[in-house]
Design a binder for this molecule. Sequence first.
Ligand SMILES: Nc1ncnc2c1ncn2[C@@H]1O[C@H](COP(=O)(O)OP(=O)(O)OP(=O)(O)O)[C@@H](O)[C@H]1O
Ligand SMILES: [K+]
Length: 309
Amino acid sequence: MAAQVVVVGSCMTDLVSLTTRLPRAGETVLGHKFFIGFGGKGANQCVQSARLGANTSLICKVGKDSFGNDYVENLKKNGISTAFVDQTTDAATGTASIIVNSEGQNVIVIVPGANLLLNSEDLKRASDVICKAKVLVCQLEITPAVSLEALKMARASGVKTLFNPAPALADLDPQFYIYSDIFCCNETEAEILTGIPVGNLEDAEKVGRMLLERGCKLVIVTLGAEGCMMISVEEPIPKHVPAGKVRAVDTTGAGDSFVGALAFYLAYYPKLSMEEMIRKSNCIASVSVQASGTQSSYPYRKDLPQDLF
Ligand SMILES: Nc1ncnc2c1ncn2[C@@H]1O[C@H](COP(=O)(O)OP(=O)(O)OP(=O)(O)O)[C@@H](O)[C@H]1O
Ligand SMILES: [K+]
């Protein structure tokens, strides 16, 4: 079965230590808990899509090391095709070393490692899968030029492109706007890209109009508990799509849950209106904020209200 949702993006192993306080330079502190999590925006989005029932393939690079081996296992457990997951000896699997103190403050070191070695050759090897997809999803945790090339390959084959400009780059190549059918950013990314601080719906609408002018066909700005703002060339009057009220315990990874869910609806329910797809994706992301962690908080189709399908 060909993958309907193809993600070109990152895998990161999260190494999380919990301590009472953060160490100062040169200091050693004793932590009380350690755990390893699977993260990276590309993999997160792919996992959420797969858990909703999408046939998925992730195009990425990890190290030929124990973290890389474990990551491949994790993708397989989620039913994701790993045919284009490459393991390299030239760099380590991407890691995020995270220390969290009892006030919830953190310090984080990200080493992208193998993610930055994903290249044009890897895309060419996967071109058949990219060109036969319904939806291609990209972010910016790999070399941006590689993401852009993947978007161009998809566009040339009439594959819908969903681009999440995260983490944001102030000097984003303007071609990204043109090659994104759907450009989906959060408030921080919106501000870095446009210089407009987003504190409310009106600000998000201004961002949306500016990004349409830059060449996007459809812009979504996610607004946390407020849901999303959408605006498109076809429907230039901005719409607010609210999220349901829930008790949030940990919003980490909500943006990736939203993007993964949206990719699923674009691929499998193309006749739904965009507003309805966003409403359903809000529902799924709002489930993820009610559990801790990133992928560990992403819901499976069997545990969701069946009217979402
Ligand atoms: N408190 C909340 N209640 C309900 N839904 C939420 C809440 N926070 C986030 N969501 C859902 O998740 C989506 C994405 O959230 P947000 O805009 O915070 O993304 P983000 O900043 O990229 O997230 P993160 O960086 O924490 O992964 C929202 O559009 C909404 O659907
Ligand atoms: K979460």
